[in-house]
Design a protein around this ligand. Structure first.
Ligand code: ATP
Ligand code: MG
Length: 230
């Protein structure tokens, strides 16, 4: 009647992918809340390289021509993510997406992280808005085999999976779970627009990120970049 040997449980790793242009408190609350509710040992933030749905600086001539937005350099987005997560012992940042050539697809992110953490349980965290378009993601069937998915609430979007229900039927019940998190109506788009107009982003993004945006003069609109000249 020896006590049963407790098997050490698999390491649980959350993955928070994003453009993080800039990272804001909505991202951090989502990662923190999922980390707590799912007893995650670590949450890895993964800034995208070239997001396939967004233009990057490399596309600048085209982007300028059609007024689309160029994404900030990967190194700036990476550093802001490091600054924002540095004080949390469970938060880390990965360069897998920014170091991979070509466009960023979530399936590649998950394949890489799966390879680097073969024993771990992976939990991919995604906001309600991103969840809506999941069926348009490349190789989405494989996504659900590589990781569990946690859909988190986001103000302005409905957290539902009606459009996924049919596809989820064949999969284990934990494949996609929904979680209500504290509502922060913050988006990177709004932070960039504020910075461009000289409005404050204090308390929307961590202090160090406010300072980094100022130091690197990110998101300045062409007119705002030469104050006093107009
Ligand atoms: P942008 O406005 O440039 O699209 P964003 O604020 O949506 O930026 P992303 O980097 O696109 O930020 O998002 C990364 C992930 O974080 C996505 O899964 C997104 O749904 C989620 N997310 C972003 N903001 C919030 C928020 N306020 N609450 C919950 N989830 C969020
Ligand atoms: Mg977004």
């Amino acid at each position: 009647d020896r006590p049963l040997q407790q098997q050490p449980r698999a390491r649980r790793i959350g993955i928070m992918g994003g453009t993080f242009d800039p990272i804001h408190n909505g991202h951090l609350v989502a990662a923190s809340e999922v980390g707590h509710r799912f007893s995650l040992d670590e949450v890895i933030f993964v800034p995208t390289g070239r997001p396939w749905q967004k233009l990057t600086d490399d596309d600048a001539p085209v982007a300028k021509a059609d007024q689309a937005r160029a994404v900030s350099p990967a190194e700036d987005r990476y550093l802001m993510t490091v600054i924002a997560t540095a004080s949390n012992p469970r938060f880390t940042v990965s360069r897998v997406d920014i170091e991979r050539e070509g466009d960023t697809y979530t399936v590649d992110t998950l394949r890489d992280l799966r390879r680097m953490h073969p024993e771990a349980e992976l939990y991919f965290i995604t906001g309600a808005d991103a969840l809506e378009s999941i069926l348009s993601w490349q190789d989405w069937e494989e996504l659900f085999e590589l990781a569990n998915f946690i859909g988190v609430s986001r103000p302005g979007y409905e957290l539902h999976v009606k459009h996924l229900a049919q596809h989820l039927e064949a999969l284990p019940p934990d494949t996609l779970q929904m979680l209500e998190i504290p509502a922060l109506a913050i988006s990177s788009t709004e932070c960039r627009a504020r910075a461009a107009r000289g409005r404050p982003v204090w308390y929307l993004v961590p202090d160090g990120v406010v300072q980094y945006i100022a130091k690197r003069k990110l998101y300045r609109s062409p007119r705002a970049s030469s104050p006093g000249v107009s």
